[in-house]
Design a protein around this ligand. Structure first.
Ligand SMILES: C[S@@+](CC[C@H](N)C(=O)[O-])C[C@H]1O[C@@H](n2cnc3c(N)ncnc32)[C@H](O)[C@@H]1O
Length: 410
C-alpha cells in the first residue's frame, strides 16, 4: 500500500486490473520441464516467446508463477513496445510511460539496466541505457516533485532490473519481477563445493518424475550442500518453492502481502501426475564432515522457511560406494542423484571413477534410476554399456557444459 490515494486507484486499475505479457526465463536444456510445470499449474497455452516461455497473465499470475514454479531462473514482464531510432526518441517515449505505477518514489532507486541490441539503430548500448535511466528518473521526479510529501526519504537502496531489447528501431522493455534469481529459495546459506543451482536440480527432478513417477526412496549420494535432497523434499510435498523469500515485486508500490502469503501457503494442486507422495524418504549422503556441516546448517534454514511438518531429508555420513540394497531404506525402485566433485577433486583418475561407479551399478543391488552429472565429456562414453532412461543431455552450470545421464539401475 502507499500513501497517495490517487496513485493507489491507478495501480488498482492499470496494474491489478490488467493482464500483461509475461516471459518465464529458463535454461534451454530444461524448456520441456518448465513447459510441463506451467501446464500442471493450468497455464496450458504458453509458448516460446522473445526471451523465454511467453503467456499473458495478471498480477495474481505473476505472484503465483514466481512463488510456485521451481524450474525457471526469472520471470519478466513486458512493460512496453515502441519504435525508437535515436537516443532522443527513446528518451521521449520511455519518459511518457507511467513509471510511478511500477516503482513508486525515486528515492534510493537503482536501476540495473541490461541491454540486448541486435542491429539497433541506436548503435551505442551505453547511450541507450543512459537514455532509459534518465527517462525513468525524469518521469518519477516530475510526478513526485509535485506531490505534497515529496521530501519523505525511503531508506536503503532498492535495485530494479530492466531489460532493454532493441532490434532495428523496435524497442522492447521488460521489467524483472523476480529480483534474486529464482533458484535462490533462501535455504542455502552454506553453499559447499560447486553447488548446483536449485532450479536446475528441480528441473532434473521433474524430468525424472515424468519417466519414473513413483520412487520408493530418494538418495542424494554425494550431497554437498544438500540441493537435490532439499529440492526433492519440496517437490514431493508440493510446497511452494518461493514461499520463504522476497521478489522484485515485493518492493513495488503495487505489492500485496496478502496475495504473496496466499500463494506461498498453497500446496501444488494434486492434479500433477507425480509430486504428491509425501511419504517418500529422502536420504542425503556425503563422506565429508565440512559438506555435511554445511548441509545441516542449510537444513535449519530449510525448516525455518518451509512448513515441512517434520518431513525432511535425513543426512548421513558415509562413502557412497559402500551403500547397497542391504540397507532397509532402499527397498523397491528409487532415484539416486550423483553430482560428484569435478576434475582434480575426484580422488584417483576419472577412468578409475568411471570403473568404480560402473561396478557399483552392477553390484549394489539398488533398483531404479541413477542420474549422473558429469562435467567431462571424455568419460561419458565409459558409461555406454549402461541403458539410459532418457537421452543424454548437456546443460550449462556456472559457464561450463555438464552432461546429464539417466542410467538404469537393474
Ligand atoms: C560437487 S559436490 C556436490 C554438490 C551438490 N550437488 C550441491 O548442490 O551442493 C560433491 C560432493 O561429493 C562428496 N563426495 C565425493 N566423493 C564421495 C564419496 N565417495 N562418497 C560420498 N560423498 C562423496 C564431496 O564431499 C562433495 O561434498
Amino acid at each position: 500500500m502507499n500513501d497517495n490515494p490517487n496513485l493507489e486507484k491507478r495501480i488498482k486499475r492499470h496494474l491489478w486490473g490488467q493482464k500483461f505479457p509475461l516471459e518465464v526465463l529458463t535454461d534451454s536444456a530444461f524448456l520441456p520441464e518448465t513447459l510441463e510445470e506451467l501446464k500442471s499449474l493450468g497455464y496450458k497455452n504458453w509458448e516460446e516467446g522473445d526471451w523465454g516461455i511467453r503467456g499473458i497473465g495478471s498480477f495474481h499470475d505473476l505472484y503465483r508463477l514466481n512463488i510456485q514454479l521451481s524450474t525457471p531462473g526469472r520471470i519478466v514482464l513486458e512493460v512496453a513496445r515502441f519504435k525508437a531510432g535515436a537516443r532522443e526518441q527513446l528518451f521521449r517515449r520511455a519518459r511518457a510511460l507511467p513509471w510511478e505505477l511500477w516503482f513508486g518514489r525515486p528515492e534510493g532507486l537503482i536501476f540495473d539496466i541490461r541491454t540486448h541490441f541486435h542491429g539497433a539503430l541506436i548503435h551505442h548500448e551505453g547511450q541507450g541505457k543512459q537514455a532509459l535511466d534518465e527517462a525513468i528518473r525524469a518521469r518519477l521526479e516530475e510526478f513526485w516533485g509535485s506531490a505534497s510529501d515529496s521530501l519523505r526519504v525511503i531508506p536503503g537502496p532498492r535495485t530494479q532490473r530492466i531489460y532493454l531489447d532493441i532490434s532495428g528501431s523496435n524497442v522492447l522493455l521488460f521489467l524483472d519481477t523476480s529480483g534474486d534469481h529464482l533458484g535462490k529459495r533462501g535455504y542455502r546459506l552454506a553453499p559447499g563445493p560447486a553447488p548446483l543451482a536449485e532450479n536446475r536440480a528441480a528441473a532434473i527432478i521433474r524430468k525424472l518424475a515424468r519417466i519414473q513417477p513413483d520412487p520408493q526412496w530418494i538418495l542424494d549420494g554425494m550431497t554437498g550442500s544438500g540441493t537435490f535432497a532439499f529440492e526433492s523434499s519440496l517437490f514431493f510435498q508440493g510446497l511452494s518453492v518461493g514461499g520463504g523469500r522476497d521478489f522484485a515485486f515485493s518492493q513495488w508500490p503495487s505489492y500485496r502481502e496478502s496475495t504473496k502469503n496466499y500463494w506461498s501457503r498453497q500446496r501444488i494442486e494434486p492434479n500433477v501426475r507425480v509430486g504428491q507422495n509425501e511419504k517418500v524418504k529422502v536420504i542425503a549422503n556425503d563422506r565429508d564432515d565440512r559438506s555435511l556441516g554445511a548441509a545441516k546448517m542449510n537444513l535449519d534454514q530449510f525448516r525455518s522457511r518451509f512448513c515441512t511438518g517434520g518431513r525432511e531429508p535425513r543426512f548421513v555420513k558415509g562413502d557412497f560406494f559402500s551403500l547397497s540394497s542391504k540397507a532397509d531404506e532402499f527397498i523397491g525402485p528409487g532415484w539416486v542423484f550423483l553430482n560428484p566433485p569435478y576434475d582434480y577433486r575426484i580422488s584417483g583418475s576419472l577412468d578409475q571413477f568411471a570403473n568404480k561407479l560402473t561396478r557399483w551399478i552392477e553390484t549394489s543391488g539398488l533398483e531404479g534410476t541413477l542420474v549422473l552429472l558429469l562435467p567431462q565429456n571424455r568419460i561419458v562414453e565409459k558409461f555406454s554399456s549402461i541403458p539410459r532412461v532418457f537421452d543424454d543431455l548437456v546443460f550449462n552450470h556456472g559457464g561450463r557444459g555438464v552432461n546429464l545421464l539417466g542410467l538404469s539401475l537393474k
